[in-house]
Write a protein of this length. Structure first.
Length: 187
């Protein structure tokens, strides 16, 4: 959001500001449930990786908006897909080479494999399409995109049987209310 305001001179209206503040507040409250589940935010290296991924994701979103002003969205998506394969294949090869045969996860074909790819391409298409409009605001698109936390919540609750579901559901409802206010303020 700060990058969108500083780099792209975006201006949020009252409802959008309230929605962003509510969303950020409830995201913070959702993160506090980890402490009650025994996660140490100061010593857990995976939390550091999540924080770094958040900053990289924000920088990527700003760069995406920059690119959408200069290059056709389908060209950006095509090059993104190409570079994703070019970057991930060597990482996969190194990881497979580094592990002994007994540590490697065996490969089993499932139809979910190509479906994941199809859904990722469709999600990226819609994301790049939303950024390609001249009046689209990266601060709003990013906030709405974070609504995907609903899927993580449901899978965590149903599949992984996470703790504190009621409290997390309340925080998630707050996040969704913030996203709703951002969306209503955009009309």
């Amino acid at each position: 959001m700060l990058g969108a305001i500083l780099i792209f001179s975006e201006h949020l209206n009252f409802y959008q500001w309230v929605g962003v503040i509510i969303t950020l507040l409830f995201f913070y409250m959702l993160s506090t449930t980890g402490k009650s589940e025994g996660i140490s935010f100061s010593t857990n290296k995976w939390v550091l990786f999540i924080v770094l991924a958040t900053f990289l994701g924000a920088a990527s979103g700003l760069y995406d908006k920059f690119l959408m002003r200069r290059i056709d969205r389908l060209a950006v998506q095509a090059w993104f897909s190409f570079y994703q394969v070019a970057i991930l294949l060597p990482i996969l090869a190194v990881n497979r080479w580094r592990l002994s045969k007994g540590e490697r996860t065996p490969f089993y074909w499932r139809w979910s494999i190509p479906l994941i790819g199809v859904f990722l391409v469709l999600a990226d298409y819609l994301y790049f399409n939303s950024l390609s409009y001249q009046d689209s605001m990266i601060s709003i698109v990013s906030a709405i995109r974070r609504g995907g936390v609903v899927i993580s919540f449901v899978v965590g609750a149903v599949v992984f049987r996470e703790k504190n579901i009621r409290r997390k559901a309340i925080y998630l409802a707050g996040i969704l209310i913030g996203i709703l206010l951002i969306s209503l303020g955009s009309k």
